[in-house]
Design a protein around this ligand. Sequence first.
Ligand code: NDP
Length: 532
Amino acid sequence: MKRAERGQSPPAGEVTSSQSTDVAATSAGPAWDYAPAPESREIVTIAGEYGLFVDGEFGPAADRRQFPTINPATEETLAHVALASPADVDRAVAAARHAYSRVWGPMPGAERAKYLYRIARVLQERAREFAVLESLDNGKPIRESRDVDIPLAAAHFFYYAGWADKLEYAGLGGNGRAGEVSADSRADGADGGGGAGRGRAPRPLGVAGQVIPWNFPLLMAAWKLAPALATGNTCVLKPAETTPLTALLLAEVCQQAGLPPGVVNVLTGAGETGASLVSHPGVDKIAFTGSTEVGKEISRTVAGTGKKLTLELGGKAANVVFDDAPVDQAVEGIVNGIFFNQGHVCCAGSRLLVQESVADIVVERLRDRLATLRLGDPLDKNTDIGAINSREQLDKISALAAAGEAEGAQRWSPPCRLPDRGFWFPPTIFTGVSQSYRIAREEIFGPVLSVLTFRTPEEAVAKANNTPYGLSAGVWTEKGSRILWMAQRLRAGVVWANTYNRFDPASPFGGYRESGFGREGGRQGLAGYLDA
Ligand code: NDP
């Protein structure tokens, strides 16, 4: 387990000569400085211990095992959380099956929608509580959890609530037998095939097993649960070992919203818990977000079982800047692309491809901009770069950065004091990077940017596509025709033009090749949870 592997000694600051004594350290910026603006943690009550959420109730694991969850910014233990065993997986899957066949599956879509709307509204009402808890357990800046993670999570529940009673209009076809009428159609008096554009509502799959990562803990839970519930499935969710707390608070919200027992179950635990959920014969659908390595293992487990599978895996996205792009706007996009959420983003723009004629000016402006980023206390509203989520992840980032230097790239970080305790890595740029270097090929999943150059659009496309991944890309140019030309040639599930890291529940997201398959979000996100 990762927790047990973590040492307690302070991490080595990569670029520090003087280390501060508290978490509120900042990058050495201009002569004047911001006053601290800490968000109060009083709004959150963290219990000493948390149980599993099964069949509508919280309770201990069958064998009563637990693991600690810590604040990565301070290494303080926040709580002890139940470690689900295979017996708990059995119990949760049985509860989900019962709820599916007795309550949730037969329930008309318009009724299911009411629960989803309720969950969305409670998320909004308790948004500050969720934001603070997310930043404490994950290490991300409060500005991001407050302005991005939590509002987007609520938006996903609102969006999919709207679909719950309109599935026959989703264009996904129906699979009912002749003369069979769906529960939704029965409820609103429809004939299941009459009105313009109306088909028979496609059927849900049954019980969905959902395994999520630590980089956007609540948001990934929302991406998984909202479409599954809207389409009539019941869920067993396994949050990441290092970030279980907001998933457990979401379970409390399900109780508060009066969701019938067993419709959502939350099993905290480690990779083994995820593995036993994935291999459980009572599960009809597996949805996974995480590393490509684990995704491949899950593919092998699921192959031949008849379970439906969607995988959202890693990436090594190219952010392509042409010489006609507005430089300052592009620099903001580059910073947002790779330093948002400490670079713990599967679609992060981790490879900057900049046209040779403007490379020097872009890199110079980028360095100036990085010198203004503030690294430190995630709960400070001025913080731009928070803590790395775990010691294990910090070690991985450090090892890949060291490999970049060893292979011959030039490393640069702004002057930056790192806090004594917790897991920290300064924003880092590598120039002089060749495509063969590990930092240009492997997912670093940290605040590290590799800069490469190109001369022609054809070369930009060739370099951008020179990766086994295919999740996302960015293009910066003032020419609309060039945006379209690039978008047609970039092999990526999402291409952002003159922006980066924009998300909307109505917009499908996902990749292909080693970045996985299936789409989350939008109408397309319904398909993964329907027998369509
Ligand atoms: P993992 O892929 O190991 O973890 C993702 C989720 O899967 C977690 O809930 C994890 O549980 C669970 N899990 C682990 N092993 C199995 C298994 N055999 N069967 C089923 N579920 C399993 O990512 P890590 O957290 O270990 O991160 C490793 C690397 O993966 C990162 O450095 C990063 O490069 C990449 N990553 C990519 C993400 C993306 O969105 N593309 C997200 C997260 C990581 P547990 O937390 O207990 O291990």
